[in-house]
Write a protein that binds this ligand. Structure first.
Ligand SMILES: Cc1ncc(COP(=O)(O)O)c(C=O)c1O
Length: 454
């Protein structure tokens, strides 16, 4: 099925300024019935009814071009008919099997192996756990702790790994963790190669990768104050941190430090993985080889919740039942995941992502020449961030402006999201099946909005 057949043809279409009358009614009911932590509708009053490909229709018939994929979940397109068909067939047969084997389960195992880089293919084990990304991170950390018999984990400034206890321990945001401190005590944070805001005020490549040197010191200096780690966990591109793309050399340095010191390297691919950056795994751009990979978000093909860890065979030291739970891989999600991988291969989705990613990045870099509050444009594939600042010299984050851009885009029929340490990065994560035409339409609306707001 060709990419252009997957979307609502009319996108974008605004019939009544959102929230329209039906949306307002439902939003009010939600406010009345659900708790305060509900977050997303506070930014934009979206009440989705149906979605196809890279387009979302709300209850009032407005149709939006989607540049966020439910945060990198709808990679293979909302309601992708190929994937939905497979999932529905399975839904009629059986959905829940604990970890009893089934054909769909081993089919997904096989496909995950096939998309791994050659150094890992056939040399790994897969473990499905609870349905969310946090569950996968939790499992990865437990595994490396068990394997090394150590307890310290090193993570990075700007990182996001989830909200359960262990995942939150290695997540950098103070806001999320302070109310629950102390979490896992031995979680330490090294500087990430966020070159636009280098904590050492240096410039790449003249910096000599001071951030990686800092990490080496944390690990190797007997007086660093950091016990020898059980693992280092890193995102190959930081997602929630503001689409921070480090130099490949940084990731290679992190890998080398881990290897030199016998520390398992966990690469969290929950947001950047499964094709988002134009490769199956974002770490492949740097040519590094993790010991543990975490996957979730788009793994369930059409937004069905599923997570897993993929780890080298040598780490397969847990006894049966050592990391247990009722939900250990929903079979419908597994079928959908396998169908999505097949769809991506058949349609050469990764090449499409790489090509459109270059195009979008070029377009936005040109826009940055014109708009003085764009501080930085960065990305890989269809994972793009536009960092907004009050002025380019001070780089003071323009958080309110990012929200304004998001809201104005929404009114004009484009859904973008925000992120970053200061919530001042406009994040673009469209479903990977977006057509060039829809992408360019969406970018034109975004650029018109950026020209009009201050
Ligand atoms: C890199 C990364 N790791 C882990 C998580 C946590 O995933 P979940 O929200 O499904 O628990 C996220 C979520 O955004 C993420 O981006």
């Amino acid at each position: 099925m060709a990419f252009h057949e997957l979307h609502f043809k009319e996108a974008p279409r605004i019939l009544s300024e959102p929230p329209g009358p039906r949306a307002r009614e439902i939003l009010e009911l939600q406010t009345e019935l659900e708790g305060k932590p509900v977050l997303y509708p506070r930014a934009i009053p979206l009440v989705p009814e149906e979605a196809r490909g890279a387009t979302v229709k709300d209850v009032d018939g407005n149709i939006y071009i989607d540049f966020y994929s439910g945060i990198s979940v709808a990679n293979f397109g909302y309601s992708n008919p190929v994937v939905v068909e497979a999932a529905v067939r399975q839904l009629r047969k059986i959905t829940h099997t604990l970890d009893f084997p089934s054909k769909p389960r081993v089919e997904l195992d096989r496909r995950l192996n096939e998309i791994l880089p050659p150094e890992l293919r056939g040399g790994v084990r897969i473990l499905y756990g609870g349905p969310t990304g946090s569950d996968a991170v939790e499992a990865a950390i437990k595994l490396v702790k068990y394997y090394t018999k150590r307890s310290t984990i090193i993570s990075f400034e700007g990182s996001y790994h989830g909200q359960t206890a262990m995942a939150l321990s290695v997540t950098s945001s103070r806001k999320f963790k302070e109310p629950y401190a102390p979490l896992a005590p031995e979680a330490h944070f090294a500087p990430y190669a966020y070159c636009y805001r280098c904590p050492f005020k240096l410039e790449y490549p003249g910096c000599g990768l001071a951030c990686a040197e800092y990490l080496r010191n944390m690990v190797e200096d007997p007086y660093s104050g950091v016990p020898k780690p059980a693992g280092i966990i890193v995102e190959a591109v930081q997602g929630e941190g503001g689409i921070v793309v480090p130099p490949d050399e940084f990731l290679r340095a992190v890998e080398k430090i881990a290897r030199d010191n016998d520390i398992p390297l966990i690469v969290d691919e929950i947001q950047a993985g499964l094709g988002r950056t134009g490769k199956w795994f974002a770490f492949e751009h740097a040519g590094i080889v993790p010991d543990v990979i975490t996957l979730a978000k788009s793994l369930g093909g059409v937004g069905l919740p599923l997570s897993c860890i993929i780890y080298r065979k040598e780490l397969d030291v847990w006894e049966p039942g050592a990391h247990a739970g009722t939900f250990r891989g929903n079979v419908v999600a597994m079928v959908a995941g396998a169908a999505a991988i097949d769809f991506a291969k058949d349609s050469k989705l990764l090449d499409h992502v790489a090509r459109l990613g270059e195009k979008a990045l070029g377009y936005l870099k040109d826009l940055a020449e014109e708009i003085s509050y764009i501080g930085d444009v960065r990305g890989k594939g269809l994972m793009i961030g536009v960092e907004l600042v009050e002025d380019r010299d001070t780089k003071k984050p323009a958080k309110e402006l990012a929200l304004k851009v998001q809201r104005e885009c929404f009114k004009k029929g484009v859904i973008v999201w925000r992120g970053g340490r200061y919530n001042n990065v406009v994040r673009l994560l469209p479903p990977l099946v977006i057509t060039e035409e829809l992408l360019m339409k969406g970018l034109e609306i975004l650029s018109d909005v950026m020209r009009s707001v201050e």
